[in-house]
Ligand binder design. Sequence first.
Ligand code: E4P
Length: 214
Amino acid sequence: MQIYLDTANLEEIRTAASWGVLSGVTTNPSLMAKEKGADFRATIQEIASLVDGPISAEAISLDAEGMVREGQEFATWHPNVVVKVPSTTEGLKAVSRLARDGIRCNVTLCFNAAQALLAARAGAFIISPFVGRVDDIGVDGMSLIREIVQIYRQHHISTLVLSASIRHPRHIVESALAGADIATCPFKVLEQSMKHPLTDIGIERFLADWKARQ
Ligand code: E4P
């Protein structure tokens, strides 16, 4: 399973990229809005210069025409740009049109496996089921990943399953176990994933023993 960073913050991307673990980045309008005053195009291009992999940029139009127009523009920014469109019928229309032009789409805000199947049939490159937001309404988000993975495998569908709305390190582990192709993680969760008290205690003990050696 590949690891993407779910942020538009360049400092976070620079730091996580320096760890050598990033295969891509996802952004969305809320994440972009957090970067006060940042230009969308310049930010996406800067991200693409930091990470060599798919970079998702989300369209804000609600109609297929608008999404296609935005997607065609985003695609001129960098060859690694993937256009994010919502799991709606207009989104499907936009995906099939953009896919025909060779523009890759990430179908986002996916909350059931039927949406995932239709997105794949429309030609989605990536499907993004939102695990954390499903958990938030008291339903097991990870079972959504399991269902989609099973359907895609059973029907030889090549659309990549990206586990989104990741809230804690256990979500990363369970996504990998469920067979997701990608997990997109907030910086905080990636950092948290590498922390363990026994690792810290182990380092301290090794250093103490080394210093005390004869
Ligand atoms: C991913 O592509 C989504 O933008 C993101 O994971 C949403 O996460 P949230 O539910 O924490 O906003």
